[in-house]
Design a binder for this molecule. Structure first.
Ligand code: HEC
Ligand code: HEC
Ligand code: HEC
Ligand code: HEC
Ligand code: HEC
Ligand code: HEC
Ligand code: HEC
Ligand code: HEC
Ligand code: HEC
Ligand code: HEC
Length: 311
């Protein structure tokens, strides 16, 4: 199988690429696949319908039906075989051994079948870096072809979460903690934060406005840029202090109380240069007055006016 540069110029293997362009220009109506004998090995979708009638009728509502009617001209009339490979032999033998089921192939092979047409889509730009690719999770692990639009492309948050949770049940369990985004309620989904196809950020974090983490799409008040940044927010990211999948601590913090989060870095110990500054001496940490750091340092994510993040 090949990865052609231009995904729209993909045809059956019997069609050389040079011929393909002419083939498309001439229009598929006059294609040999339509009018004369099928190319060797191919049976045509109408032949499949003879035995797979229900499935073929349902296919009329599948977005891929446009392939049958010419959206990918080289496959006009051959939509079934665009994914299942040449089927003439199978149409005679009716044996499963003679036909490709993409969902039963090794993951890389399945992906190739789909990427014949779905290459070069922006959503897939980070694919090679994603651990789905590296762990043999293929297109058909998440996309089911013949069971209706919601199974082909889930759009409801609840359906997406359920899909992801089948494999990531430990992550799903974290969303049952007391402080979390409202995924179990179906108000948000994994793909609000992750791009299931991979991304340019670690952990397949979805990007907004170029290369910012998806958090800022919704929490845009924290975007900045601030005159006075709080270094870890910008440099280390939100998950330095928050647990994105849910936490036992209010505000989804990594520690039970705010001050314990702060004192990880701002403690009265000999600190290396990468840590934050030590609070001034007047901060008597034994006094409850100073324990609640964010009473005074309210602009903990960055301030437009105050170097000490107080306003
Ligand atoms: C003569 C009847 C007949 C025709 C024509 C036919 N099939 Fe089938 N097909 C079957 C039968 C029977 C099975 C079930 C085989 C089994 O389970 O052993 C099957 C199974 C399949 C499977 C499942 C294979 C698997 O491993 O899960 C696919 C995919 C398939 N057919 C696609 C096609 C396509 C595409 C065409 C048209 C090119 C086609 N069939 C034409 C009878 C037919
Ligand atoms: C866009 C790719 C694609 C197209 C087009 C396609 N199929 Fe499939 N087909 C699949 C995949 C993937 C599966 C594996 C099960 C699933 O995902 O639903 C499958 C499964 C099947 C099966 C096995 C039974 C089942 O539901 O699991 C049959 C039979 C079948 N396809 C026949 C056809 C026929 C007939 C056509 C044309 C009308 C067709 N397919 C068009 C991708 C495709
Ligand atoms: C022959 C070309 C071709 C192949 C092969 C193909 N697709 Fe598609 N796919 C299309 C076209 C055309 C559409 C229609 C939507 C569009 O314009 O992009 C589509 C749409 C989709 C959609 C989006 C549906 C929606 O509601 O937006 C998904 C998901 C999808 N395909 C998954 C797959 C998977 C998974 C495979 C492999 C099993 C596959 N496709 C193989 C051409 C193809
Ligand atoms: C880990 C699960 C997962 C895998 C693996 C996966 N997808 Fe998706 N895909 C989704 C989900 C969920 C959506 C819908 C939600 C969204 O758009 O973010 C989607 C959306 C799509 C769409 C709709 C439009 C778009 O580009 O967002 C297409 C087309 C698509 N996938 C094709 C593919 C192909 C082709 C592969 C294999 C190379 C693949 N997907 C692998 C989960 C997955
Ligand atoms: C078929 C099983 C399966 C499904 C379904 C699945 N995943 Fe995964 N996912 C994996 C495996 C395996 C890994 C690699 C091991 C790990 O990190 O847990 C992984 C890794 C990840 C990672 C770590 C990414 C990285 O690059 O380090 C994220 C994020 C992720 N998946 C999100 C999702 C989302 C979102 C969905 C639903 C749209 C989903 N997964 C559906 C199996 C799956
Ligand atoms: C609010 C945003 C957000 C939501 C919603 C979300 N994640 Fe994440 N996820 C993250 C961030 C941020 C990381 C990176 C954590 C780190 O390592 O710093 C991550 C890491 C991961 C990882 C890799 C590390 C790990 O913890 O195992 C997986 C797998 C994962 N997420 C899967 C999922 C799944 C599945 C869902 C839906 C059930 C989901 N995520 C929902 C933000 C989110
Ligand atoms: C799709 C929108 C969306 C995205 C993306 C998102 N959030 Fe949220 N977040 C919300 C909403 C809405 C709330 C309000 C709480 C609720 O849903 O109950 C919230 C609440 C929070 C809270 C707790 C606030 C409180 O008062 O307890 C924290 C912390 C948080 N988000 C951090 C993050 C981080 C970190 C990321 C990225 C990894 C992120 N969010 C991504 C929508 C989002
Ligand atoms: C240095 C630690 C730290 C980092 C990094 C951090 N936060 Fe926070 N965040 C906090 C603390 C502490 C609170 C609780 C403030 C309070 O007590 O009211 C908080 C509260 C929140 C809240 C609740 C409402 C609000 O605005 O106070 C949201 C939402 C939030 N953070 C999102 C984020 C996002 C998104 C990021 C990444 C851009 C991020 N945080 C990075 C420490 C941090
Ligand atoms: C991951 C480490 C880390 C955590 C956690 C952290 N900070 Fe910081 N903080 C820093 C660094 C680094 C600086 C910059 C220090 C510098 O420029 O000398 C800084 C700067 C500050 C400043 C500005 C003063 C100055 O010297 O520029 C204040 C005030 C502050 N932090 C308060 C807090 C509070 C309150 C918390 C808890 C909600 C907190 N920090 C959590 C690392 C951290
Ligand atoms: C009652 C208000 C108040 C509380 C509570 C408070 N601070 Fe401060 N903090 C201040 C003020 C005012 C300054 C500025 C001091 C100055 O002008 O030199 C400051 C300065 C700082 C600085 C910057 C030190 C420097 O010189 O760069 C850090 C770091 C800091 N605080 C951390 C904390 C931490 C951590 C906590 C919680 C354990 C906390 N603060 C609680 C009022 C407070």
């Amino acid at each position: 199988m090949r990865y052609p540069g231009n995904s729209s110029l993909v045809g059956p293997p019997w069609l050389p690429r040079a011929a393909l362009a002419a083939f498309i220009l001439l229009g598929a109506a006059s294609s040999p696949a339509q009018n004369q004998a099928r190319p060797a090995g191919y049976a045509g979708s109408d032949t499949c319908q003879v035995c797979h009638d229900d499935l073929s009728k349902a296919f009329g509502k599948n977005p891929h039906h446009s392939v049958e009617t010419g959206s990918k001209p080289a496959w006009k009339g051959l939509a079934c075989e665009a994914c299942h490979g040449p089927g003439a032999k199978h149409a005679e033998s009716a044996s499963a051994a003679d036909i490709v089921n993409p969902a039963k192939q090794p993951a890389a092979r399945t992906d190739e079948i789909c990427l014949k047409c779905h290459l070069n889509q922006p959503t897939h730009a980070g694919r090679l870096r994603s651990s789905h690719v590296k762990n043999q999770v293929s297109c058909t692990n998440c996309h089911t072809m013949h069971q209706g639009p919601e199974k082909l492309r889930p759009t409801q948050a609840g359906d997406i979460n359920q899909k992801c949770a089948t494999c990531h049940n430990a992550v799903w369990a974290q969303f049952q903690r007391p402080y979390k985004h409202r995924l179990p309620e179906g108000a948000m989904s994994c793909t609000d934060c992750h791009n299931p196809h991979g991304s340019s950020l670690p952990r397949s974090i979805r990007t907004v406005a170029g290369n910012e983490p998806s958090c800022l799409r919704c929490h845009s008040d924290l975007r900045g840029p601030f005159a006075f940044e709080h270094a870890p927010v910008r440099l280390e990211g939100c998950t330095t202090c928050h647990e994105p999948h849910g936490s036992a601590n209010p505000r989804m913090l990594t520690r039970r109380e705010v001050r314990f989060v702060c004192l990880e870095c701002h403690a009265n110990i000999v600190a290396g240069p990468s840590l934050g500054g030590v609070p001034p001496a007047f901060h008597d940490l034994r006094s409850t007055r100073y324990q609640n750091c964010t009473i005074c340092h309210t602009k903990i994510h960055g301030s437009y006016v105050d170097a000490y993040l107080e306003r």
